[in-house]
Each structure stands twice: as C-alpha cells, then as structure tokens.
Design a binder for this molecule. Structure first.
Ligand SMILES: [Zn+2]
Length: 319
C-alpha cells in the first residue's frame, strides 16, 4: 500500500480464511483506499467483506484507513490497549513541548517538530470502536488461530500476531527486514506525564520473540525467514548506535539536542523528531543500565556518562 511517508509503502496482509482478516490497513489517502480495494478485488472481495481487522500498532500508516473500513462494513477491530491514545488520534503536545525544551531545542525547532507530528495525524481517522488486546489472547478462526503477543517498544501497545497453523508471524514495525525500527519516545501510557522508555522496552520485546521456525511478515518490505541471522545483524546495528552515543557523551555533559547534532549532523528538519527520539531512547536505555545519567537543569537537562561505568559487558545482546 502506498503511504505519504519517507518510509515508503506499508504492508497490509489479507488472511483468506474464516473470518476474512486484514492485518493493518494502510494510511488514509485516496491512493491507499484505491490500493486496498484493488487488492481485495483481486480475490473477488470488497471492503465490506472484511470481517476482522488486526492492528499491529497505532501509527497512521498501519491503522489510517481503519475508521473508513469500519464505516464501510461490518468488520470487528482489534488493537493494543496501550496504543489507545494513538488510535483515538490524541497526543500530549504539552508534554512533548516541555520535553523538547528540556532537550535543548530552540523555539523554531520545537514548533517544527510539533507541527511535523501534527501533520502526520492527518493520515488517520480516529478509530471510534475497537476491542483492546493486552497480549496473551488467542483469537479463533475456522481451522486457524491468532496468538497475540505484546511487544512494547516501537509503540507502547505494539503487538505481534502469530498464526501457528501457517507458521507465520505478523510483526508490524517491531521487526523489519531492511530498516532498523525506531523506538519512538512518547508519553508512557502506564505512567502519565513520563516518557516511555522505548529502547529499553524494545530490547526486552526483541528478546521475547521466539520465531526461529516462523516466517516473519513485516510491516514494511520483505519477509524474514531466518530470524536468528536477522537478529545478529540488528544487534550489530544497535551496538554501533550505543557506541556512537557513548563516545558523544564523553567529555563535558551534553543536551539531547547537542547529541542529535553530533550524531545526525545532516538530519532534515522533518526528520528531527525521529533523531531526537532515537537519541533520547538510547540515553534512557543507558540510564537504565547505570551507564549514563541525566543532570537536571533549567530549562535544559544534560547527560553524562556515569562515573565508573566500565566496559559495556551488560549491554543488551552482547555475547
Ligand atoms: Zn510504526
């Protein structure tokens, strides 16, 4: 399905079983709607034939058309409980503005980032009605089933859907073949007013995925058939990022915005929020490991390496 986002097309999967099930919907654009209808049409189906829609997470490219599908037919919708605010199209802008000023961004950068997040919201209609999943549920089908698991990280309410009878795992954006998923920092739905510790949670979720035998059908790009090999590659990329941030932190304490400029010197203004999210997510991860510390300031916090933090022996995934 086409999307208006830099990530490019998004995958929507159709399970040709009873009940007829869609996994994710694509974003709310005319092109997206046409692609959905064309895809269903290739199987002699219409949008009104869809009986169940499973949403991997509350990002616009994945659930944008859900409300329109809901209006068009009779499908039952399922999405992660902790992405409730995403599906409702609500965002704590005040918290974001406050966090961005503590990160040391100037007024223009702060406004650009808030405007970028608001612009993205246009590509989804708020979802009026859906059943919330927490992970652990098994949704029945005629001769098949969907095992739901919670994988917080990319978003707090991200889910994977496994169809054991088919040896298939739908991963949403939790595992992607050609892109290293970004764990987006946002408000923690379980700790209102606090930042979601996205990277730490994401690594724990990656550890929980047992998919050596499964074919992974991802949210963007191709499938993954060898998860073990894929994970080794991912760990290399994350280790690189951790090293970059630790090197940037050596010397005098720095704000998140200073670290962003150092690590992503050529980032475009529209991608600055992702850069901020990546840096802050990894800083909180290092803080959780006792390797970095936040020095609260007014208005800007600074970060430094913890005293006595030695070699990264306890880092995630390091053999
Ligand atoms: Zn996403």
């Amino acid at each position: 399905m086409p999307t208006p986002f830099p990530v490019g097309p998004v995958n929507t999967h159709l399970v040709l079983g009873e009940p007829l099930t869609l996994v994710d919907t694509g974003s709310l654009t005319d092109d997206g709607w046409a692609a959905l209808r064309a895809g269903l049409g290739r199987h002699g189906l219409a949008v009104s034939d869809v009986e169940r829609v499973l949403l991997t997470h509350g990002h616009q490219d994945h659930f944008g058309l859900a409300a329109r599908i809901e209006r068009e037919g009779r499908a039952q919708f399922f999405g992660g409980r902790l992405d409730r605010e995403h599906f409702r199209g609500r965002r704590n802008r005040r918290l974001l503005l406050d966090a961005l000023s503590r990160a040391g961004f100037g007024a223009l950068e702060r406004l650009t980032m808030v405007a970028m997040t608001a612009a993205v919201d246009h590509y989804a209609d708020p979802l009026p009605d859906w059943d919330e999943l927490s992970g652990g549920e098994v949704l029945p089908g005629d001769g098949w089933s969907v095992v739901v698991r919670s994988v917080p990280g990319h978003t707090p309410g991200s889910l994977t859907f496994e169809v054991p009878e088919a040896g298939v795992l739908f991963t949403g954006d939790t595992v992607l073949r050609d892109i290293t998923p970004n764990a987006i920092v946002d408000e923690d739905p379980e700790r209102p007013g606090e930042a979601f510790r996205s990277v730490s949670r994401y690594f724990a979720s990656l550890d929980s995925i047992e998919a050596e035998e499964s074919c992974l059908l991802t949210g963007h790009g191709g499938r993954i058939v060898d998860f073990g090999a894929h994970r080794a590659k991912l760990e290399g990329r994350y280790a690189f990022r951790v090293g970059q941030i630790e090197r940037a932190l050596s010397g005098k304490p720095k704000s998140v915005s200073e670290l962003c400029r150092r690590i992503f010197p050529t980032v475009r203004p529209m991608d600055l929020f992702l850069a901020y999210s990546e840096v802050l997510g990894f800083l909180m991860y290092l803080e959780d490991l006792g390797r970095a510390e936040r020095i609260p300031g007014r208005p800007t916090d600074r970060w430094t390496l913890s005293k006595g933090s030695g070699l990264p022996s306890t880092l995630y995934g390091f053999p």
